[in-house]
Design a protein. Sequence first.
Length: 255
Amino acid sequence: MLGRRRLRVRVYRLVAFVVVAAGSLGLAQPAFAVTHVAATTYSVNTTWTAAGSPYVLDGDVTVASAATLTVQPGVIVKLNGQFRTLTVNGAISAVGTAASRIVFTSLQDDSVGGDTGLDGPTVGAAGQWYSIAVGAGLGSLFSYVDVRYGGYGSTNWGYGELKVSGSGTVFSADHSTFASSGSSGLLVGSGASAAVSSSTLSSNGNGVSVNTGTVAISGHSLRSGNSQYGVWFNLPTGYSTPASSLVSSEDAGVE
């Protein structure tokens, strides 16, 4: 009986050693649920939950015209690939809180959600994914959302990690950040309008590019560290659009 007890102790110690050794080699699994999303179109209302976070977009995702994608507080979304795009033809409602922000970032960004790609330590960099493209609808909203490391593209004024376009399309954001884009943090064009309040646009090519669109920036929103312009406008002669406005905001950098 004594010999059996010693044998059991030795086996338990061996198992413990293997677990510790695996952790020291960086082989331990991340302490997060991970939901991989292949290329898909949501034609009905869909919710990304905190329990399923982080969400890894391995393919392009489209929200159809009749559908709303709801993103719960605390959700992390990682876009996997330089051309990876989330296209919204219906609506997206990403409403976090001050204590539980929502993050859209690249798969390489291990600072949130851990090593989701299981490829060892990696860091986010500008242009690691393409865009969140809101192309229709009136009800898209970001609140307490951080968007970073997207905006792959060849020009600051022609691309953005968040793109709002299309006649009649309306988007609003508050208490959010748009940062480290390879082009614009926010691009508004083709007759669309966007309202941004109490937000920060930093370390982008352009903070905001308005290319035949309308933007209203208010609530002490800050544009800082953008490599070209805080806000850039292209309003061709003869083009008629509602007036843009910058109220109680800093570092305009307007062209």
